[in-house]
Design a protein around this ligand. Sequence first.
Ligand SMILES: [Mg+2]
Length: 445
Amino acid sequence: MRSPDSTPSTFIEKGQGFSLPTKEYSIPDIDISLQPIHSFKDLFHLKALTRIIRLPIVKNIFSARVINPRSIESLKNARRSLEDVYFRDYETSIIHIDDIHSINVDLSYEIRELKKDTYYLEHGEDSFIDYISKLYNNFDGHVMRGLEFLDNLHFNCFITDRDGTTNNYCGHYRSSIQPVYNAIFLSRFASLCTENPIFITSAPLRNFGIIDVSVNPDNVFIYAGSKGREFLDLDLVEHRAFIDPARQVKLDELAAKVSELEKKTEFEKFFYVGSGLQLKFGQLTIARQDVANSIAEEDSLALLQSISDIVREIDPDSSIFKIVDTGKDIEVILTVNGQNGVRGFDKGDGLKFIDDQIDLCLDKGPHLVCGDTASDLPMLEAVLEYTDDVYAIFVTRDIALSRKVVQLCPNTLIVPSPDILLTILGVAALTMKRRKGRKSPGIFL
Ligand SMILES: [Mg+2]
């Protein structure tokens, strides 16, 4: 699979390939050295450092600047530090919570994505696409079908979920820092092929939320957290939906009681795996399982029971909260009044709130909606209330979910992995650029 444009062969200075190395570097203030990782604190600190390294890399690529090789070395050191934990002989994959307690962790996401990033930066985009094409069955076929599906369209809204859709699933939300290649492909598509690109995620906006794990350049995406109840617009203005103060008090009470569970030995691990505890705007989420299924089912169900008991105690007639159990996460959501009584605020409500605040012209298509689970269907349904000119790409291997999406939206493409969706979007944007014959110095704008 070759991208349809003469992109640079690499992004580092080798005297060939990328031919615009005249502007000065934007260099991060830090280097990452090899470091021991024993605790989640160490892990999250290291991953936060990789965000500091990745942000200027993305910025430099967008501005047609070369990448400082020191940054690539830092990413390699981050990967080597994680591999040292993951592949250690006697304490393989063990991370310590404290002196007594430890937990097995799956660091494969972190290691794999760091490896992909350094490959992307050292070998360039064409070689990178060849590299990831070998990781998936029928990769080229999926990408070709995706390019035909998008048909060089320019979309009004590009509304997308993050985790499992544009980002490979990670065992720990806080360390799921967006890779460089991911940011380049997505931001390029958002800039060249869409008017209103919007992430709508269930994670919070801030406090270890979507902003803290993203490395897209500023002013490219609208970031909506807490299912769209809070968002950051393209002018970097934050918006929050109204929440009745009396209900907020109840949510605060719930958050305090759930936070107390960390002190109980049998429950403390849930604060470190998967989504961990996320105190969102209008919602609380706590993990009861991670993608690697590292929690025993019995323990996971015990947490679900405890959370249900706490919710019943605070809200005996179930008028304030709705519990949604995804199997991985327990979400406790402030309800809204729907057609069939009270229900949990969903991503469709979030999209309507965003439209209400900044006018997305939802009646003017085409729109592209991307998701990977049933919780993303409400945003597709919401868009379809305004126009039929809607396209959907879902990343799933779940046949029942695929059928539901197709029933809702006839213009649907199903793909099996986030990397395939990313490649479709990244290559579609290059095709668009070539068609328009843009000659700007930035390679992507
Ligand atoms: Mg998802």
